[in-house]
Each structure stands twice: as structure tokens, then as C-alpha cells.
Design a binder for this molecule. Structure first.
Ligand SMILES: [Zn+2]
Length: 236
């Protein structure tokens, strides 16, 4: 056998060995899956659980930003409630929902009634490398009859998330659709990831304020945002 013939022979031998190893591994894997030779129990469906069905390599990092806080109360509701408290209550419900789902890792820019600068809220999301930022507010206007759901984004990368969550909120709250709008809001402008700001309703509108203050209304809004996040990442 000449030199190249030997090399060819050697290569063939190595290839055969590799093939044998692959076949052995496959047989072993099959055996491990059904050690007793039996079929898996009915109903034992891989991936089925209480979570979203999403299975990212790492959980999606969701920065939840309850608007205002501390010395900055936000808008005053028609019933005298402050926007900062309504925002925080909804944010905490959303946090609790996402915390139950292994696909998500939520974090709050504030977890109590403290003042946080807008730039610091964006910096928290940027430093943490959040996948998205959701800022939670409530709308206000001097005319109490003005009502409805509005959602803002700043850059094009935030538009899909804004649209999905906006539609989920409309479905959950059944408020008037005031649209998804591009707006140069500081917390959105300074955030490096897809970032949106939601205004589920008007705190100055008595009917909407009542819903936004209620446990049921907040739960529905929180579930809508969580569902929107699941839909958003499932479609990525
Ligand atoms: Zn606000």
C-alpha cells in the first residue's frame, strides 16, 4: 500500500469507528429513555407545565418600571388616588405573575414609594441588559370625560411589543382604543432595548380610575401584559 492508499485506508477505518460510536450512542440514548422497555406514561408530555411554554436558554429579563414615586406622585385621580400608587400596584401584580414563569426574570425599577430619576430607570435596564422595558403609567386630562388606552414607543424596535401589549390591554379592559403612538419620552429614549410605556386608562376618568384601582382591574391588566410578553417572545 502506498502512502496515499494507507491514508485512505486509515480514513476509512476512522470513519467506521465514528459511525459505530454514533450508533452505540443512539442505542444507549434510546435505552435510557425507556429503561424498562416500556412506553412513557400517558399524559407525561415534555414541556407541558404551568409556564408559558416558552423555553429560552436563559429567562427573558423584563424590567418593569412603575412610573413616578416618592416626591413625584404623578397625576391625581378623580377620586383623589395618586397615579404613582396605581402604577406600583399594577407593576407588582405583573412582577408576581412573571416570577411564576421560568421563562421570565422580572425586575422592578422601584418596589416601594420612592423617587427614581427617569435616567436612572433606563440605566437600570441598560446595565442589567434587560430584554425589554415596560413602563407603567396612568393617563390624565382636565376633561374627565376623556378616556381610553394608549401605548407609546420611541424607536422602531419597540413598535411590535407596543402593538401586542396594547391589543392585549384593549381585550382585557375594554377601554376605548386611543392607539399606539411614537413619543419622545425620556425613559424610552434612553433605553437600549425595546421599550414601551403603557397608559391603560385615564385616572382622571371616574369609570376608568375605578377599574384601575380595583384588584380585579389590576389583575386583568397585569395578565394582559404578561400574555403580551409571552406572545411577543413566542413570535420572535
Ligand atoms: Zn405618569
Amino acid at each position: 500500500m502506498n502512502k496515499s492508499g494507507r491514508a485512505r485506508h486509515m480514513a476509512g477505518f476512522i470513519l467506521s469507528c465514528c459511525l459505530l460510536i454514533v450508533i452505540a450512542c443512539a442505542l444507549l440514548a434510546q435505552y435510557n429513555r425507556h429503561p424498562s422497555g416500556s412506553e412513557p406514561l400517558a399524559g407525561h408530555n415534555a414541556g407541558a407545565g404551568s409556564g408559558s411554554g416558552l423555553s429560552p436558554d436563559k429567562p427573558y429579563k423584563i424590567m418593569i418600571d412603575p412610573g413616578h414615586g416618592g416626591k413625584d406622585p404623578g397625576s391625581e385621580g378623580s377620586d383623589g388616588a395618586w397615579e404613582k400608587d396605581i402604577n406600583l400596584a399594577l407593576a407588582q401584580k405583573l412582577y408576581d405573575l412573571l416570577k411564576q414563569d421560568p421563562a421570565f426574570e422580572p425586575r422592578l425599577t422601584r418596589a416601594d414609594d420612592t423617587f427614581v430619576e427617569l435616567a436612572d430607570r433606563a440605566a437600570m435596564a441598560n446595565d442589567w441588559h434587560a430584554d425589554v422595558l415596560v413602563s407603567i403609567h396612568g393617563n390624565a386630562f382636565e376633561d374627565k370625560s376623556v378616556a381610553g388606552t394608549e401605548t407609546y414607543y420611541r424607536y422602531a424596535n419597540g413598535h411590535p411589543l407596543a402593538t401586542i401589549i396594547h391589543n392585549q390591554l384593549l381585550g382585557a379592559l375594554d377601554f376605548q382604543d386611543r392607539g399606539v403612538k411614537e413619543e419622545s419620552l425620556k425613559v424610552l429614549s434612553l433605553s437600549a432595548m425595546p421599550a414601551i410605556l403603557i397608559e391603560p386608562g385615564y385616572v382622571t376618568n371616574p369609570a376608568e380610575e375605578a377599574v384601575m384601582q380595583s384588584d380585579d382591574g389590576q389583575s386583568r391588566a397585569a395578565q394582559a401584559i404578561a400574555d403580551g410578553l409571552k406572545q411577543y417572545f413566542a413570535e420572535r
